[in-house]
Design a binder for this molecule. Sequence first.
Ligand SMILES: Nc1nc2c(ncn2[C@@H]2O[C@H](COP(=O)(O)OP(=O)(O)OP(=O)(O)O)[C@@H](O)[C@H]2O)c(=O)[nH]1
Length: 341
Amino acid sequence: MAVRASLNLTRTSFTHEATINWFPGHMAKGLKQMRDQMRTIDLIIETRDARIPLSSINMEFERLVGSKDRLVVYNKADLAPIEIQRTVQEEMAKRQQRAIFTDTNKSVSQILDVAVDIARRDPVKYPQFSIMVVGMPNVGKSSLINALRRTGVNRGKAASTGAKPGVTRAVSSKIKVFDKPPVYLLDTPGVMMPHIPDTMTAIKVALTGGIKDNIADESVLADYLLFRLNRLDHINYCQTLGIERPTDDINELVDMLARKIGALRHGGEIDTDKTLQFFLKAFRQGRFGRICLDDLDEGAVDEFFKSSLLEPPMSKNQGQKAKRAAQRLRSLERAKAKGLI
Ligand SMILES: Nc1nc2c(ncn2[C@@H]2O[C@H](COP(=O)(O)OP(=O)(O)OP(=O)(O)O)[C@@H](O)[C@H]2O)c(=O)[nH]1
């Protein structure tokens, strides 16, 4: 607070009205495939992003999980503050969700321990043990599967990974990750909610890479990131980016940063897109330090669950609207890919 006041950073709220939705056809199809496979599954690993412990909860998975055993894995823990881990685990435990934090570049053996322990307790029931890994796009499901395979059977990459959301497009075939007892995993496509009820949730998901940037509007994402860094007193972005001073104004930041990184077109005009992308990438790579974008103060988690669970399912009309919007988006993407627009 004192830091902000002395630096004249005065913004206290952030609003953005436009809704952001991304639910292409492969997600709806993937969700159906997951439901079809569910009776063969013994454990669901629901992967979330540690930087947005609440915003990466997809209520679609609540319906999918039903009464199955579930382990919540908060991945990308290397990018989130360590001190949130205990709060999140306690809050999830209150809701009967066992949560662990992982970084796929390090050991993920605690996940295997959970699965192997369940399987060994009842070998008759589990001659083999099947796990389905679900989660929003880009939370690191495929990376997690590769890490589990590396740890469990010392074998190489089985699932494709990528820095952009939507790499995995369909439910995979079974991937072996442990020998005795045999444990198999299914990779699944990242799935968003068909209709994201709250714009701030959508912005946070997009900022952490869960929604394609061109859908979410990079200038809005960067503006929110700047607002959040200032609110958290994370003024170190100036040093990291090599700019003269912190600012609350995204245009001023773009101006300083573009000159610093040389994002200029012929004639010296600023390349805004390139500059915004540079700023977003620096955050996603963790260059501004460990950051949590969700508020986890007392009451905030209760409030989140209360509002999410009360959120009525979409009406037929809303559902059709969302479907049409998704179709329009797909046609637009196809036209763009063909260079027609
Ligand atoms: N910093 C960090 N990056 C990670 C971690 N796990 C995965 N990533 C990176 O996150 C990006 C997405 O990883 P994927 O494994 O492709 O994610 P996914 O959930 O399978 O993505 P979809 O195909 O969209 O469903 C990649 O660039 C990974 O290298 C992690 O623990 N820490």
